[in-house]
Structures are given as C-alpha cells and as structure tokens.
Design a protein. Structure first.
Length: 450
C-alpha cells in the first residue's frame, strides 16, 4: 500500500484546512487526526505484512472520510474516520505481536553479531547496554503477550482502553528492542575498528614460535610446530573474517601451542648445543696446549683466561642440562662456544703472524681441491698453512668476491687469494705469493662443493 504519506496528498490537506476554517465547529478534525496516527502506527508495525486486509480497509476508510469532509458531509466523515481508526487498531492488534517478535529476533542476531566481533571486551559499554535493553524488551514483551492472551479470553467484551493498553505495552517492548539493535550495531562497529590491534597481538605467539624454530623445533618437534603454525593462521583468518571473539580465543590457543613446540624442542637442542660446546672447548684446549710453546707470556696468560671461562661456562651448561634448565643450559653452551672461538682466534693469530713473515706481504694463493669431504671456505680457512681457524673464512670471501658469487658454492680448480690473518684486505700490486698445490688445477669440472 506504500507509506501513509501517500494518501495525505497536499491537495487533500489543503482542502481540509480550507473547510476547517469555514466549519471549524462541525468538522471531525480530531477523529481524522486519530485515524491517521493509528494507521501510521499500523504501518510502522508492518500491518501491511501481517494484517493486510484490515490495514487496506483502514486506509480506504480514511480516504473516504476525507472525500466526505470535502463534500460537506461532516457527520458521515466523522463516522467513517472513527471506523478507520477502529479498523487500524484491529490491524495493529493482529500485527504488533509478530512485528515485536521480529524485532526481538533482530536484536538477538545483532547482539550475537556484536559478540562474535568480541564487543563484550572491545566495546563493553555499548554491548552491555544492548543486552540490558534486550532484557527490558523481553520483560515488556512477556507482559504484552499475557495481556493479549487475557483479552482474547474476553472475546468481544474487550474495551478500547484495554486494547490501547495492550498496544502500548507492545510498543514499549519493540522500542526497547530497537534501541538494543542500535546499541549492538554500534558495539560491533567499535569492536571491528580494533581489528588491526587484535591482529598485532598475534606477534606474541609468532615470537614464541620463532624462538622454537631457532631451537630447531621443525626437526625435533614437527607436530607441535606445525600445529602452532596452523593455529596462528587460523587466528588470522578468523579476525580477517570479523570473527574477533573466536580469533582472540585462537590467539590464546596458538600461544599455548607455540609454547608446547618450544618446550618440546628445548631438550634436544640443549643437548646438541652442549655436545658442540664440548667439542669446541676440547679443540680450544688442544690449540692452547700447542700455543703455550709459541706464544709470549702475556699472550698465553690472556688465552688461558678465555679458556678457563669457556670451561666454566661448559660446566654450567652441563649442570643446567641435568637439572632440565634447558634455556639456561643453551645460554651457557653458547657462551662456551663464543669463548672457544676467541681462544681459536687468538691462538690462530699468533701462528698467522709467524707464518706470514715468510711470505711476500702475507698473501698466498690456494687452488680448490676435488676431494671428500669437499673443500669449503671454512675448511680452507682452517688449514694450518692458511689461518688454522675456520671462523675466518669471511676474509677469504671478501678478498675473492670477484670469483665467488655464493660463499656456499665454490668449485674445484678455482684459485683464491688468501689475505693475511690481520689487517685490511687489500691485494698487493705485485702478487709475489706461493701457489698452493697448483698441480690440482686440472680439476676443472666445476663440481659443486658443499
């Protein structure tokens, strides 16, 4: 039937105003106004949908009343307006129940949607307001249904006043539902505005998992590691789909799974690192034994202090490992490895300084061999005739960048310049250096050296 304004055309209103000025004492102004208002409420309460026959009849009667008024039939217009009002009231009584039920359902859905967006935490005030208004609407709705049920038992004895009270109770109920919907929609929008902030909180789980990865969890705890990875992605997907509450729960779960992966990886990694530290400190001890015969008293004393500290760290690593203090054990093993490297560098420095005295400007040449295990920059650096220290491989790489595209990929037959152990890596203008094992230069099949 359309909006009620469709039958309140300007021409009719103008005619009514003119007639009222002429016959104000007899025109049914109040009756027409009441009928229009009742039809407007019926339209709001979707009487066109739930009580279409009564609604159409009320609209038709109101139009007829306007026509009668325009024709000067005041008494007939009054009677017809009263009939339109009564018919509209009946339409409302038939439609207000399902309309209020629809409003209740929509309020429930919007509250659920806001809850899904985690509005309970991210927009607490509006979310709580939506729930309280919904509860208030439920109370009023229950009272209205009881009143309507009691009236139905009376049949035709129901008075206009009782009908009006019933409709007023329904109206209070659905108005509360409407306010609940508005508050829920606002709460959801406020919560979703914080989506990026919630996504950023995933960094906690990602940080824990990254730590687990650094402890080789992908190898030693693959199931736990994969589960944490999947849950982090699940949390991200949920949040991006506006399911912030489930996303927040998934974030908590992903952190638990990441910690589980970390805890599963720690024992194996701690044992592995302790074994590496054992070998490194043992090797440093042997290097120091030979160095004591070559180094000065001050050099020997300095290296001895580093070696002592390395052994102490190694002991602490073992104690913590036995006590299942894995992270503490890892930290001590790393310290033992660092100190062992210092010992290796210091003992290697003294040897390099003495060896380079016999060469022209300290430079050498080295031809990559084809052998097993294959030559690598670390192995070349660790050869006694070079540095005697594998950790100085980067000096060789820096001096031969024009020949080495990837430091992990060198080939038999390549000839590298080996710079001195210390000082700037600047090639001499005249390379008066010795060519080490040049007889192997025929191995030019460019086999990949691991």
């Amino acid at each position: 039937m359309g909006n009620i304004a469709s039958f309140l055309k300007p021409a009719i209103v103008g005619a009514l105003a003119l007639f009222v000025m002429q016959c104000a004492s007899t025109a049914p102004v109040k009756e027409l106004s009441d009928a229009r208002q009742e039809i407007g409420l019926a339209e709001q309460e979707e009487a066109e949908k739930h009580a279409s026959d009564e609604f159409d009849a009320a609209v038709t009667s109101l139009k007829e009343a306007h026509d009668q008024l325009a024709a000067g039939e005041n008494d007939a217009a009054k009677a017809t307006a009263l009939a339109a009002d009564a018919t509209a009231t009946k339409a409302r009584l038939d439609s207000v129940g399902p309309y209020t039920a629809d409003m209740e359902k929509k309020a429930e859905e919007l509250i659920a949607s806001a809850d899904e967006a985690y509005a309970e935490k991210l927009a607490t005030d509006d979310f709580e307001s939506a729930r309280l208004l919904k509860d208030k609407g439920d109370d009023e709705h229950a009272k209205a249904k009881d009143a309507k049920s009691s009236a139905a038992d009376q049949g035709d004895a129901v008075t206009a006043v009782e009908s009006g009270n019933i409709l007023d109770q329904y109206r209070v109920a659905y108005q509360n539902y409407q306010q609940s919907q508005d508050a829920a929609a606002k709460a959801r929008a406020t919560a979703l505005a914080q989506k990026d902030q919630l996504l950023s909180s995933l960094s906690g789980a990602e940080s824990i998992l990254e730590k687990a990865r650094s402890y080789e969890a992908e190898k030693t705890a693959p199931e736990e590691y994969a589960a944490a990875q999947d849950e982090i992605q699940n949390a991200r997907d949920l949040i991006n789909d506006d399911m912030l509450k489930d996303g927040a729960m998934s974030i908590e779960k992903s952190e638990e799974l990441a910690r589980a992966a970390l805890e599963a990886a720690l024992p194996a990694y701690a044992k592995k690192l302790k074994a590496e530290a054992d070998l490194a400190v043992g090797s440093a001890d042997k290097q120091f034994a030979g160095f004591k015969r070559r180094g000065s008293q001050a050099e020997v004393q300095s290296v001895a202090e580093f070696l002592r500290a390395a052994k102490e760290a190694l002991t602490e690593a073992g104690t913590n490992l036995n006590d299942e203090n894995y992270e503490e054990s890892i930290a001590e093993s790393k310290e033992a490895l660092r100190l062992a490297q210092v010992v290796a560098e210091k003992t290697g420095t003294a040897i390099a300084e003495r060896n380079t005295e016999a060469t022209s400007e300290g430079w050498k040449k080295y031809t990559v061999k084809k052998r097993r295990p294959a030559d690598t920059l670390c192995r070349i650096s660790g050869l006694r005739e070079n540095y005697g220290n594998p950790f100085l491989w980067k000096r060789i790489y820096d001096a031969n960048k024009d020949k080495i595209k990837n430091p992990n990929l060198i080939y038999p037959g390549q000839v590298f310049d080996i710079p001195p152990k210390t000082g700037p890596i600047t090639k001499p203008e005249k390379e008066e250096v010795e060519d080490m094992d040049s007889s192997d230069s025929d191995d030019m099949d460019r086999e990949n050296v691991e």
